[in-house]
Write a protein that binds this ligand. Structure first.
Ligand SMILES: [Zn+2]
Length: 326
Protein backbone atom coordinates (compact mmCIF):
# COMPACT_ATOMS: atom_id res chain seq x y z
CA UNK A 1 0.00 0.00 0.00
CA UNK A 2 2.81 2.39 0.84
CA UNK A 3 6.58 2.31 1.15
CA UNK A 4 8.91 4.41 3.27
CA UNK A 5 11.61 5.66 0.89
CA UNK A 6 13.52 7.78 3.39
CA UNK A 7 12.78 8.38 7.07
CA UNK A 8 9.34 10.02 7.15
CA UNK A 9 8.97 10.11 3.35
CA UNK A 10 6.35 7.68 2.09
CA UNK A 11 5.38 6.66 -1.42
CA UNK A 12 1.82 5.65 -2.33
CA UNK A 13 1.26 4.20 -5.77
CA UNK A 14 -2.06 5.39 -7.22
CA UNK A 15 -2.98 3.39 -10.36
CA UNK A 16 -4.11 5.41 -13.39
CA UNK A 17 -6.29 2.99 -15.39
CA UNK A 18 -6.05 2.93 -19.19
CA UNK A 19 -3.46 5.64 -19.04
CA UNK A 20 0.07 5.29 -20.44
CA UNK A 21 1.41 6.95 -17.29
CA UNK A 22 0.32 3.75 -15.46
CA UNK A 23 0.36 5.21 -11.94
CA UNK A 24 0.89 8.38 -9.95
CA UNK A 25 3.62 8.52 -7.35
CA UNK A 26 1.96 10.25 -4.44
CA UNK A 27 4.35 11.29 -1.67
CA UNK A 28 3.55 11.82 1.97
CA UNK A 29 5.93 13.45 4.42
CA UNK A 30 4.84 12.61 7.91
CA UNK A 31 5.35 14.97 10.82
CA UNK A 32 3.65 17.28 13.32
CA UNK A 33 2.01 18.80 10.30
CA UNK A 34 2.21 16.32 7.43
CA UNK A 35 2.46 17.10 3.76
CA UNK A 36 0.88 15.22 0.84
CA UNK A 37 2.20 15.89 -2.65
CA UNK A 38 -0.41 15.29 -5.40
CA UNK A 39 -3.48 13.06 -5.28
CA UNK A 40 -4.55 10.90 -8.24
CA UNK A 41 -7.70 11.11 -10.36
CA UNK A 42 -11.16 11.90 -9.11
CA UNK A 43 -12.23 8.25 -9.27
CA UNK A 44 -13.60 6.02 -6.55
CA UNK A 45 -10.70 3.62 -6.89
CA UNK A 46 -8.07 6.34 -6.48
CA UNK A 47 -9.95 7.90 -3.59
CA UNK A 48 -10.19 4.59 -1.76
CA UNK A 49 -6.50 3.82 -2.22
CA UNK A 50 -5.33 7.26 -1.10
CA UNK A 51 -7.62 7.45 1.92
CA UNK A 52 -6.78 3.88 3.03
CA UNK A 53 -3.06 4.60 2.82
CA UNK A 54 -3.42 7.84 4.78
CA UNK A 55 -5.34 5.97 7.43
CA UNK A 56 -2.68 3.26 7.70
CA UNK A 57 -0.06 5.99 7.95
CA UNK A 58 -2.09 7.56 10.76
CA UNK A 59 -2.19 10.92 9.03
CA UNK A 60 -4.58 13.34 10.72
CA UNK A 61 -6.17 15.35 7.89
CA UNK A 62 -6.76 18.33 10.18
CA UNK A 63 -2.99 18.60 10.65
CA UNK A 64 -2.08 18.01 7.05
CA UNK A 65 -1.29 20.12 4.00
CA UNK A 66 -1.66 19.12 0.39
CA UNK A 67 0.68 20.55 -2.22
CA UNK A 68 -0.38 20.31 -5.87
CA UNK A 69 2.55 20.44 -8.28
CA UNK A 70 0.44 21.30 -11.31
CA UNK A 71 -3.04 21.43 -12.74
CA UNK A 72 -3.31 18.01 -14.41
CA UNK A 73 -6.20 15.93 -13.16
CA UNK A 74 -4.09 12.93 -12.14
CA UNK A 75 -2.39 15.28 -9.67
CA UNK A 76 -5.34 17.35 -8.47
CA UNK A 77 -8.39 15.08 -8.81
CA UNK A 78 -8.92 14.37 -5.12
CA UNK A 79 -8.06 17.77 -3.66
CA UNK A 80 -11.66 18.64 -2.83
CA UNK A 81 -12.18 15.35 -0.94
CA UNK A 82 -9.08 15.90 1.16
CA UNK A 83 -10.09 19.51 1.84
CA UNK A 84 -13.43 18.28 3.13
CA UNK A 85 -11.56 16.25 5.77
CA UNK A 86 -9.71 19.37 6.90
CA UNK A 87 -6.59 19.29 4.71
CA UNK A 88 -5.28 22.72 3.62
CA UNK A 89 -4.59 22.83 -0.11
CA UNK A 90 -1.63 24.74 -1.60
CA UNK A 91 -0.91 25.42 -5.22
CA UNK A 92 0.85 27.94 -7.47
CA UNK A 93 -1.31 30.79 -8.69
CA UNK A 94 -0.92 30.24 -12.43
CA UNK A 95 -2.05 26.60 -12.48
CA UNK A 96 -4.57 27.29 -9.74
CA UNK A 97 -6.25 29.93 -11.91
CA UNK A 98 -6.26 27.50 -14.81
CA UNK A 99 -8.14 24.97 -12.68
CA UNK A 100 -10.65 27.58 -11.58
CA UNK A 101 -11.26 28.32 -15.26
CA UNK A 102 -11.79 24.73 -16.32
CA UNK A 103 -14.51 23.30 -14.11
CA UNK A 104 -17.28 23.28 -16.76
CA UNK A 105 -17.49 22.63 -20.47
CA UNK A 106 -18.25 26.32 -21.13
CA UNK A 107 -15.46 27.51 -18.82
CA UNK A 108 -12.88 29.81 -20.47
CA UNK A 109 -10.19 27.13 -20.60
CA UNK A 110 -12.24 24.66 -22.66
CA UNK A 111 -13.65 27.38 -24.90
CA UNK A 112 -10.05 28.37 -25.57
CA UNK A 113 -9.01 24.73 -26.24
CA UNK A 114 -11.84 24.40 -28.77
CA UNK A 115 -10.84 27.62 -30.54
CA UNK A 116 -7.24 26.51 -30.58
CA UNK A 117 -8.04 23.18 -32.16
CA UNK A 118 -9.80 25.02 -35.00
CA UNK A 119 -6.76 27.27 -35.42
CA UNK A 120 -4.67 24.08 -35.59
CA UNK A 121 -6.74 22.97 -38.57
CA UNK A 122 -8.45 20.15 -36.71
CA UNK A 123 -12.03 20.96 -37.63
CA UNK A 124 -12.46 17.83 -39.75
CA UNK A 125 -11.37 15.61 -36.84
CA UNK A 126 -14.56 16.71 -35.08
CA UNK A 127 -12.95 16.54 -31.68
CA UNK A 128 -15.28 16.87 -28.75
CA UNK A 129 -14.30 18.36 -25.44
CA UNK A 130 -16.25 15.60 -23.72
CA UNK A 131 -13.60 13.16 -25.00
CA UNK A 132 -10.65 15.28 -23.91
CA UNK A 133 -8.95 13.33 -21.10
CA UNK A 134 -8.21 16.54 -19.22
CA UNK A 135 -11.89 17.36 -19.30
CA UNK A 136 -13.19 13.87 -18.53
CA UNK A 137 -11.07 13.49 -15.42
CA UNK A 138 -11.01 17.12 -14.33
CA UNK A 139 -11.75 17.86 -10.69
CA UNK A 140 -15.45 18.75 -10.71
CA UNK A 141 -15.10 20.84 -7.65
CA UNK A 142 -12.27 22.93 -6.28
CA UNK A 143 -11.39 23.52 -2.65
CA UNK A 144 -10.12 26.92 -1.53
CA UNK A 145 -6.52 27.13 -2.75
CA UNK A 146 -3.73 28.82 -0.84
CA UNK A 147 -1.36 30.23 -3.44
CA UNK A 148 2.29 29.28 -3.22
CA UNK A 149 5.09 31.35 -4.73
CA UNK A 150 8.73 30.53 -5.41
CA UNK A 151 10.68 30.70 -2.17
CA UNK A 152 7.77 29.71 0.11
CA UNK A 153 8.68 26.84 2.41
CA UNK A 154 7.04 23.81 3.98
CA UNK A 155 8.64 22.29 7.05
CA UNK A 156 7.95 18.69 7.99
CA UNK A 157 10.10 17.33 10.81
CA UNK A 158 13.70 17.76 9.71
CA UNK A 159 12.79 18.46 6.14
CA UNK A 160 12.56 21.97 4.85
CA UNK A 161 11.07 22.17 1.38
CA UNK A 162 11.25 25.22 -0.79
CA UNK A 163 8.84 25.98 -3.63
CA UNK A 164 10.51 26.28 -7.05
CA UNK A 165 8.91 27.49 -10.26
CA UNK A 166 9.60 24.98 -13.05
CA UNK A 167 7.06 25.80 -15.77
CA UNK A 168 7.05 24.12 -19.16
CA UNK A 169 4.99 20.95 -18.77
CA UNK A 170 2.24 23.27 -17.52
CA UNK A 171 2.38 27.08 -17.39
CA UNK A 172 2.77 27.15 -13.62
CA UNK A 173 4.30 23.85 -12.52
CA UNK A 174 5.97 24.06 -9.13
CA UNK A 175 8.35 21.63 -7.47
CA UNK A 176 9.56 21.25 -3.90
CA UNK A 177 13.26 21.26 -3.13
CA UNK A 178 14.97 20.07 0.04
CA UNK A 179 18.24 21.85 -0.44
CA UNK A 180 20.24 20.35 2.43
CA UNK A 181 19.66 16.80 1.24
CA UNK A 182 19.33 17.53 -2.45
CA UNK A 183 15.82 16.08 -2.71
CA UNK A 184 13.61 17.36 -5.51
CA UNK A 185 9.88 16.58 -5.74
CA UNK A 186 9.69 17.34 -9.42
CA UNK A 187 6.08 16.68 -10.41
CA UNK A 188 6.15 15.83 -14.12
CA UNK A 189 9.11 18.06 -14.91
CA UNK A 190 11.47 15.10 -15.21
CA UNK A 191 10.26 11.54 -15.76
CA UNK A 192 11.96 8.29 -16.64
CA UNK A 193 10.71 6.12 -19.56
CA UNK A 194 8.20 8.72 -20.73
CA UNK A 195 8.82 12.15 -22.17
CA UNK A 196 6.78 14.70 -20.24
CA UNK A 197 4.09 16.07 -22.53
CA UNK A 198 4.85 19.60 -23.69
CA UNK A 199 1.90 21.33 -25.25
CA UNK A 200 1.03 24.77 -26.57
CA UNK A 201 -1.09 26.63 -24.01
CA UNK A 202 -1.88 29.73 -26.03
CA UNK A 203 0.08 32.79 -27.03
CA UNK A 204 -0.16 34.38 -23.57
CA UNK A 205 2.01 31.52 -22.24
CA UNK A 206 4.45 31.76 -25.11
CA UNK A 207 7.07 29.23 -26.09
CA UNK A 208 6.32 26.42 -23.63
CA UNK A 209 8.97 24.11 -25.10
CA UNK A 210 11.65 26.79 -24.82
CA UNK A 211 10.59 27.46 -21.23
CA UNK A 212 10.66 23.75 -20.48
CA UNK A 213 14.14 23.22 -21.93
CA UNK A 214 15.47 26.17 -19.94
CA UNK A 215 14.04 24.73 -16.76
CA UNK A 216 15.56 21.33 -17.52
CA UNK A 217 18.92 23.08 -17.68
CA UNK A 218 18.19 24.67 -14.34
CA UNK A 219 18.31 21.21 -12.73
CA UNK A 220 21.83 20.58 -14.03
CA UNK A 221 23.13 23.43 -11.88
CA UNK A 222 21.45 22.30 -8.67
CA UNK A 223 22.69 19.95 -6.01
CA UNK A 224 20.37 16.97 -6.51
CA UNK A 225 20.83 13.57 -4.90
CA UNK A 226 17.31 12.21 -5.41
CA UNK A 227 14.47 13.17 -7.67
CA UNK A 228 10.99 12.13 -6.57
CA UNK A 229 9.15 12.17 -9.88
CA UNK A 230 5.40 11.81 -10.25
CA UNK A 231 5.32 8.79 -12.57
CA UNK A 232 7.29 5.60 -13.20
CA UNK A 233 10.60 4.73 -11.54
CA UNK A 234 12.66 7.33 -9.73
CA UNK A 235 15.50 8.80 -11.80
CA UNK A 236 18.93 7.56 -10.72
CA UNK A 237 21.03 9.59 -13.11
CA UNK A 238 19.07 12.74 -13.80
CA UNK A 239 21.85 14.39 -15.82
CA UNK A 240 21.83 11.74 -18.52
CA UNK A 241 18.02 11.71 -18.48
CA UNK A 242 18.02 15.48 -19.07
CA UNK A 243 20.34 14.98 -22.00
CA UNK A 244 18.06 12.27 -23.43
CA UNK A 245 14.98 14.48 -23.11
CA UNK A 246 16.75 17.40 -24.78
CA UNK A 247 17.92 15.11 -27.59
CA UNK A 248 14.35 13.83 -28.07
CA UNK A 249 13.06 17.35 -28.52
CA UNK A 250 15.89 18.21 -30.91
CA UNK A 251 15.01 15.17 -33.05
CA UNK A 252 11.40 16.30 -33.06
CA UNK A 253 12.42 19.79 -34.14
CA UNK A 254 14.58 18.35 -36.94
CA UNK A 255 11.71 16.18 -38.11
CA UNK A 256 9.44 19.24 -38.26
CA UNK A 257 12.04 21.34 -40.10
CA UNK A 258 12.17 18.58 -42.73
CA UNK A 259 8.36 18.43 -43.12
CA UNK A 260 8.04 22.20 -43.41
CA UNK A 261 10.61 22.12 -46.17
CA UNK A 262 8.68 19.38 -47.99
CA UNK A 263 5.17 20.73 -47.45
CA UNK A 264 5.57 24.50 -47.48
CA UNK A 265 3.01 26.43 -45.40
CA UNK A 266 1.40 23.87 -43.09
CA UNK A 267 -1.19 23.72 -40.38
CA UNK A 268 -0.45 22.12 -37.03
CA UNK A 269 -2.58 19.21 -38.21
CA UNK A 270 -0.53 18.74 -41.40
CA UNK A 271 2.65 18.48 -39.37
CA UNK A 272 1.13 16.33 -36.62
CA UNK A 273 -0.04 13.75 -39.16
CA UNK A 274 3.47 13.35 -40.56
CA UNK A 275 5.31 13.10 -37.27
CA UNK A 276 6.27 9.76 -35.76
CA UNK A 277 4.17 8.93 -32.73
CA UNK A 278 4.71 6.22 -30.24
CA UNK A 279 1.20 4.82 -30.55
CA UNK A 280 -0.26 1.71 -32.11
CA UNK A 281 -2.45 3.10 -34.90
CA UNK A 282 -2.34 2.49 -38.64
CA UNK A 283 -2.73 6.13 -39.50
CA UNK A 284 -4.09 9.46 -38.31
CA UNK A 285 -7.70 8.30 -38.83
CA UNK A 286 -7.12 5.51 -36.29
CA UNK A 287 -5.77 7.82 -33.64
CA UNK A 288 -8.16 7.94 -30.68
CA UNK A 289 -9.48 11.48 -30.15
CA UNK A 290 -7.56 11.82 -26.91
CA UNK A 291 -4.29 11.11 -28.73
CA UNK A 292 -5.15 13.61 -31.46
CA UNK A 293 -5.50 16.40 -28.89
CA UNK A 294 -2.18 15.48 -27.32
CA UNK A 295 -0.29 15.03 -30.56
CA UNK A 296 -1.48 18.32 -32.03
CA UNK A 297 -0.62 20.20 -28.83
CA UNK A 298 2.85 18.69 -28.82
CA UNK A 299 3.44 19.49 -32.52
CA UNK A 300 2.18 23.04 -31.95
CA UNK A 301 4.60 23.58 -29.06
CA UNK A 302 7.49 22.50 -31.28
CA UNK A 303 6.37 24.73 -34.16
CA UNK A 304 6.01 27.65 -31.77
CA UNK A 305 9.53 27.00 -30.49
CA UNK A 306 10.92 27.11 -34.04
CA UNK A 307 9.21 30.47 -34.41
CA UNK A 308 10.91 31.66 -31.21
CA UNK A 309 14.23 30.53 -32.70
CA UNK A 310 13.51 32.73 -35.72
CA UNK A 311 13.35 29.80 -38.16
CA UNK A 312 9.62 29.76 -38.79
CA UNK A 313 6.90 32.32 -39.33
CA UNK A 314 3.18 31.95 -38.78
CA UNK A 315 0.27 33.48 -40.58
CA UNK A 316 -3.45 33.24 -39.86
CA UNK A 317 -5.86 32.76 -42.74
CA UNK A 318 -9.59 32.16 -42.17
CA UNK A 319 -8.90 31.46 -38.52
CA UNK A 320 -6.31 28.76 -39.27
CA UNK A 321 -2.60 29.16 -38.51
CA UNK A 322 -0.07 28.28 -41.24
CA UNK A 323 3.57 27.76 -40.34
CA UNK A 324 6.36 28.05 -42.88
CA UNK A 325 10.14 28.24 -42.89
CA UNK A 326 11.63 31.72 -43.02
ZN1 LIG B 1 1.21 16.41 -15.73
Amino acid sequence: MYKELYPGIFHIEIPLRNNPLKALNCYVLKGEESLIIDTGFDTEENRTILFEALKLLEIDPRKTRLFLTHLHSDHTGLAAYLAREGVKVYMGEVDGDFLKNSLHEDSPHWVHIKEMSLAQGMEEDKLEISLHPGFRFRPKELPPLINTAAGDTFSVGDYNLEVLDLPGHTPGLQALYEKKRGFLFSGDHLLMSITPNITFWGEEYGDSLGIYLENLDKLTKMNITQIFSSHRELPQDHLSRIKELKDNHQERLDEIRKFLKELGPSTVRDITKKMTWDIRAKGWEDFPSAQKWFAAGEAHAHLRHLKELGEVKEEKRDGIIYFSLR
